[in-house]
Design a protein around this ligand. Structure first.
Ligand code: 13P
Ligand code: SF4
Length: 349
């Protein structure tokens, strides 16, 4: 477990991280990307970290891959590439750098390591897990195979390397329907997200059977929440992530992966939008879309929120937090991830 007192004393020995309104005003180009959601005093706190991280990235030939659920100061301040799980996996396989810092959760860092074994992949906090990834092991995959002989296993990327290695192909929320439809068998096993699987089953031409995992962020929404919200806030567009239960998705105006949500809001520019997903999603796109009023409650992912500027600076400075995957497991897991990437490219996704 990362000891924050060690992190802080190490950093204060090497960097001046005192909040600085002067430095913040020199970094207005970066601040402009988040000024609707980050206050000037907060940016004065972040500015020394952002400056130090961006300088250290050059020194280490490092890139930061930032998921859409990172906080705005990470998303806009230090990330070189941002996106959903599929976009980040694709970027990890292409990017030319010696070091990848994964500003996201552990399964994303493992995916980057699987795709780029020669690179150093740094995880700012190893405890940034995921309730879905924790819900199933490779034994669970074998259990499903025994129950549904011959059915292919499509595993969400929100899984460990061992689970990916035991699966036939991976999927993300942006390609799940197409991947499932591309399977030859009539019955397809989906793991570990029961709700994504049920939402896919509603759109795909297959008999989808699934593992009972769930995302602790998206399972909290109910269809009644959405109906109430619509009644109290007429004219608001409700946009849900497919990790939400199917009755929630049915109440929404649109459902898609985090990049699908961004595309929908960018194309449609609704006057008012409520994103039925993690809180940072709306914050990260608010400045790009000033005409959209993002309203309503959101749910915070406690795993994603373990990643902070301070921890990113610490791992880049010390090169601690290196993600390793057993080479034999990585080789098999790579086949499942690469199969997904190849099929997604072939389908133009
Ligand atoms: P996407 O970014 O692929 O939509 O996934 C969301 C998610 O839950 C990542 O943890
Ligand atoms: Fe996992 Fe849900 Fe958090 Fe994504 S939002 S990392 S699926 S717990």
């Amino acid at each position: 477990m990362l000891d924050l007192s060690v992190v802080r004393s190490t950093l204060s020995d090497h960097y001046d991280l005192t909040p600085s309104p002067e430095l913040a005003s020199e970094m207005q180009d970066i601040y402009a990307r988040m000024d609707r959601v980050v206050t000037p005093p907060d940016f004065a706190i972040y500015a020394p970290y952002i400056k130090a991280i961006n300088a250290l990235k050059k020194e280490r030939n490092a890139v930061i891959l930032g998921h859409n659920y990172m906080t705005p100061e990470i998303f806009h301040g230090v990330s070189d590439f941002v996106g959903d799980s599929l976009q980040l996996a694709m970027k990890a396989s292409e990017v030319e750098a010696d070091v990848i810092v994964q500003a996201g959760v552990h399964f994303m860092a493992e995916t980057s390591k699987i795709l780029s074994p020669e690179k150093t992949v740094l995880m700012p906090d190893m405890e940034a897990g995921c309730s879905l990834a924790e819900s199933i092991t490779a034994d669970g995959i074998e259990e499903m195979r025994a129950k549904y002989p011959g059915a292919p296993v499509v595993s969400y990327v929100n899984t460990t390397a061992e689970v990916k290695a035991a699966s036939d192909i991976c999927c993300t929320s942006s390609n799940a329907v197409q991947i499932v439809n591309a399977m030859e068998s009539d019955t397809v096993i989906m793991t570990p997200d029961q709700y994504l699987a049920q939402n896919v089953a509603n759109e795909a031409d297959k008999n989808v059977v699934y593992w009972p995992g769930s995302c602790i962020v998206h399972e909290q929404y109910t269809a009644k929440d959405l109906r109430d919200f619509r009644e109290w806030n007429p004219g608001t567009r409700l946009i849900a992530h497919p990790e939400c239960p199917p009755d929630v998705v049915a109440e929404a105006d649109f459902s898609g992966s985090t990049s699908g949500i961004l595309k929908y809001v960018t194309d449609e520019k609704p006057e008012k939008a409520m994103l039925i997903t993690e809180c940072s999603m709306a914050s990260n796109i608010a400045d790009e879309l000033p005409e959209v009023d993002f309203v309503g409650p959101c749910n915070m992912c406690p795993y994603m929120k373990k990643i902070t500027l301070e921890k990113i600076l610490y791992v880049l400075h010390t090169m601690e937090g290196q993600v390793e995957v057993d080479p034999a497991v990585a080789e098999k897991a790579r086949l499942s991830v690469q199969a997904m990437i190849d099929l997604s490219k072939k389908l133009g996704l």
